[in-house]
Design a protein around this ligand. Sequence first.
Ligand code: TRP
Length: 325
Amino acid sequence: MKHVVLSAMRPTGRLHLGHYFGALCNWVKMQDECECYFMSADLHALTTDYADTSNIENNTLDMLADWLTVGILPEKSTIFKQSEVLQHSELFLILSMLAPLGWLERCPTYKEQIKEIKNKDLNNFGFLGYPVLMAADILLYKSDLVPVGEDQLSHLEFTREIARRFNNFYGQTLIEPKEKLTKTTKLPGIDGRKMSKSYGNSILLGEEQDTIKEKVKNMFTDPQKIKKDDPGHPEGCVVFAFYKIFNGKDFEKRYEQCKQGGVGCVLCKFELTEILCEFMKPLTEKRKTIICDKTYLKKVLEDGRCKASQTAQKTMSEVWNALKF
Ligand code: TRP
């Protein structure tokens, strides 16, 4: 039996290399082995952006263009918008009846975001219920394997617990999913912190060549390596972290060279620029074509909506049966 995979991202705008190596390249691979559903979590975007919804639709199209650019294929995967498959809202409502407040209030992501996000009022029912909606997303497709980052593990644990609770009350209906963590080396942003749009330290998918040059120039390197023949510490160097991902097996040679003071940061950056530009060029061109073709993007989402709805409807009729409604 094929694994059923559901994964999603909130539509927050254009994606960057961190998304690519952290998630998307994994999604692309899974398409061949599993039955895949990839969703724009636009209702989840609403949990934080309810006061200004003006960007959500465009962000979804930007994100979709990025997915298609890196090789998520509508022929292989079901690609859709959460808000257009109404069963997400339906199952969310039912699960919310079974969701103990304590589980939600204890959720580490919830506590963290309430503390960190100060520019928005997050004291809402919907925000507290974020994991309930995510559980509905996953359980609706009987997905047994969910590719997520480590930050989402508590939500997945919540999904398993709520599925178990449902099954205990009403009989075996929902499937408890397992996580699939991506095993890539983490790609830092150009300043060495986690790559993130909000830090302004990211390299976008489809970034222009000039901007790539500029960004590599600004990458943080080993502060103790001042002259080019000073011995360096590649472990903490952003340029080296990129080498490790982009330069395949040659990165070990570069590691030794840097440690022995055999190569300077300027040359290292120059070479990385070349590698990155070459990697990005075809993607940038492909993305431009895709993002201009709004009719195509809409059609992908419409086909996805039809396919996803069929599965979702089937699960929901089982859910209503289990509830004896
Ligand atoms: N919460 C996820 C994130 O912020 C997005 C998401 C919504 C998701 N529904 C999902 C991820 C279902 C996996 C499965 O990244």
